[in-house]
Write a protein of this length. Structure first.
Length: 169
């Protein structure tokens, strides 16, 4: 039942959601170390997207340029001021943007939820709710990480592991 719900949430264009049911013993510390190692090896998993401070902080200056000059002149004037440039600076009404920053180190926490005390039907409903909440939770683009991992322990030998990855990475 929870798998159909994950697949429904999975169709959102901004996030990639995967959930796996694992049967057998699961060493959570080994899983945490594996996640750390994967993130360490792949730059894109350490990427964050903070706002560019230049054009966004010059919104008032943009309005002044726009009233004095044409929109094109305002944009080209602001682009000259913003020596770093921004990806959408050539679009009308641009008020800032995000810049990709790959951090040298970023920790992706493994959230562990223990549901062993709940009975079967209640447990499955709680797993579905946890997976929906994780898939719907927003990401912090500026500080990251843009990856969330949740391990739900439903029994000693039964786990559901969910990965939520933002489409930017």
């Amino acid at each position: 039942e929870w798998w159909e719900e994950v697949n429904e949430v999975r169709r959102r264009p901004s996030q990639l959601v995967s959930a796996f049911r694992l049967t057998g013993p699961l060493d959570l510390h080994a899983l945490e170390r594996a996640i750390y190692e994967i993130v360490r090896r792949h730059d894109f998993l350490r990427a964050t997207f903070p706002l560019t401070g230049s054009l966004l902080t010059r919104k008032r200056l943009y309005r002044v340029f726009k009233t004095i000059f044409s929109i094109g002149a305002a944009q080209s004037g602001l682009r000259r001021l913003d020596y770093r440039g921004a990806s959408k600076a050539n679009q009308p009404r641009f008020a800032g943007g995000r810049k990709q920053v790959v951090r040298p180190q970023l920790t992706v926490p493994l959230t562990v939820v223990d549901l062993q005390d709940l009975c079967g039907e209640k447990r499955e409903a709680e797993i579905s709710q946890i997976l929906r909440d994780e898939a719907a939770a927003p990401f912090d683009y500026a500080s990251g990480p843009l990856l969330r991992v949740v391990a739900v322990r439903s029994a000693e030998q039964d786990h559901v592991v969910s990965f939520v990855l933002h489409h930017l990475i």
